[in-house]
Design a protein around this ligand. Structure first.
Ligand SMILES: [Cu+2]
Length: 210
């Protein structure tokens, strides 16, 4: 499953970069998928893996895109449901899709968006200065409920490790989203490219069961 997601993400990355045409992408799928002309669409919809996990956020300080030094735990535990992900601004494959999904999610949440806290933490903090993150946030139309964070390399790695997303090199990262209804509740981890509808559904489920 993990391997399937990884190779799919890699193929998608190449497609997004325009270096692989659609037929090559189809050829990269397994033989079983090959006859299905909608193979990649099918995978877009279903290749996610949901798990419920108990992660403990480390006591690290991060720097928010507004330049303020903040405690990660404090940012997570302000009482609002949290939707958390990890990105870096120069990524040309996975992160633009994740950020576009979150951007659309904001719109689809409607008035509920004021009750949620969306957090994107940089896995490339040396490049991703607060100014860069501010520009990135603007590019995706991030509202006041969607914050971007950077900090020291050590703080970023410690955070990535705590959420089991650290893969050594930023180029090896995978698409993943974390949702939590309230402080003290477990996290719902969604590996793969969750659609806006899937995220919205998961969010409503979590909040309803709070
Ligand atoms: Cu990325």
């Amino acid at each position: 499953m993990k391997t399937a997601i990884k190779s799919f993400a890699a193929a998608l990355a190449l497609t997004a970069a325009g270096t692989l045409a659609a037929p090559a992408f189809a050829a990269s799928m397994s033989a079983a998928d090959a006859p299905d002309p909608h193979a990649h669409h099918h995978h877009m919809m279903s290749d996610i893996m949901r798990s419920t996990v108990d992660y403990t956020a480390p006591a690290v300080s991060l720097v928010r895109a507004d330049g303020k030094a903040v405690s990660l735990v404090h940012e997570l535990d302000d009482g609002r449901p949290v939707i958390l992900t990890f990105i870096y601004t120069t990524c040309t494959s996975i992160c633009p899709m994740i950020s576009q999904t979150l951007s659309q999610l904001q719109s689809d949440l409607g008035s509920e968006r004021d009750k949620v806290h969306m957090m994107s933490i940089s896995i490339d903090p040396e490049q991703d200065t607060p100014a860069r993150l501010t520009e990135y946030a603007r590019k995706y139309g991030a509202g006041p409920e969607w914050q971007h964070y950077t900090g020291t390399v050590a703080a970023s790695i410690e955070t990535q490790r705590a959420f089991d997303v650290y893969r050594g090199d930023k180029m090896n990262h995978n698409p993943v989203m974390f949702l939590r209804a309230a402080p003290g509740k477990p996290w719902l981890r969604i590996d793969g490219f969750a659609t806006v509808a899937e995220l919205l559904g998961a969010y409503h489920e979590l909040v309803a069961s709070k």
